[in-house]
Design a protein around this ligand. Structure first.
Ligand code: GDP
Length: 204
């Protein structure tokens, strides 16, 4: 794992990258940990404290070389994102999202238990504006059951009709396979198809 807070330190863009974005406390570290099956993306105790991009190499069991990189972007706060992006979001986030040639997919995390929030809308508008493939992951789906989950997903779908929305629970693992499928689909153009052996991670 490598933490970077300056574009000149970004690793060479040789592998497809999947960026994870979301408000502080949305469950981003938990989703990354549950995807990777390890505790590598340390769960944050202080919301919004991380001010760097963490790059994680993803290596499949039995394969010698990493095939993917996950990037964990700083969580944004509860203030409006326009202010966050222009003032508080570190200056390296914009160039990363706009210019990174190997950025294959932006996974935007939204807590399915919370009504639609302006900062998420603004982030998604920003991503649509720069034409990045974007997927919404509706986190903490285990907190709602049956009809309530269905209704919450419908509300999200109405709010963000442009995006595919996947319910996910880091707690139960629900949605994990589907998310890996989407990640494989979106990153396969960038290199060899990921195998089905399951991921392993290694430190960059
Ligand atoms: P981050 O700040 O976005 O990285 O969020 P974390 O991964 O640190 O999670 C924030 C809080 O939400 C923690 O208390 C987690 O235990 C909780 N949480 C994360 N994912 C889930 C989930 O799938 N289900 C439930 N019930 N709680 C979750």
């Amino acid at each position: 794992m490598m933490s970077v807070s300056d574009p000149s330190q970004f690793p060479a863009p040789v592998l497809p990258e999947v960026a994870f974005l979301g408000r502080s406390n949305v469950g981003k570290s938990s989703v990354i940990n549950s995807l990777l099956g390890s505790k590598i993306a340390k769960t944050s105790s202080t919301p919004g404290r991380t001010r760097s991009i963490n790059f994680f190499e993803v290596r499949w069991a039995g394969k010698p070389e990493p095939e993917l990189i996950f990037t964990d972007l700083p969580g944004y706060g509860y203030a409006k994102i326009s202010r966050e992006i222009s003032h508080q979001w570190p200056s390296f986030i914009d160039p990363y999202l706009k210019e990174r040639p190997c950025l294959a997919l932006c996974v935007t995390l939204i807590d399915v238990n919370v009504p639609p929030q302006p900062p998420d809308r603004e982030l998604l508008d920003f991503l649509y504006g720069i034409k990045r493939p974007t997927l919404i992951v509706a986190t903490k789906s285990d907190k709602l059951s049956g009809n309530r989950l269905h209704n919450a997903l419908q509300t999200l779908g109405r709010e963000y009709p442009e995006s595919h929305i996947l319910p996910y629970s880091a707690k139960t693992g629900a949605g994990r396979q589907e998310l890996w499928q989407e990640i494989r689909k979106q990153t396969s153009d960038f290199g060899p198809q990921a195998s089905d052996l399951g991921p392993q991670t290694s430190a960059l």
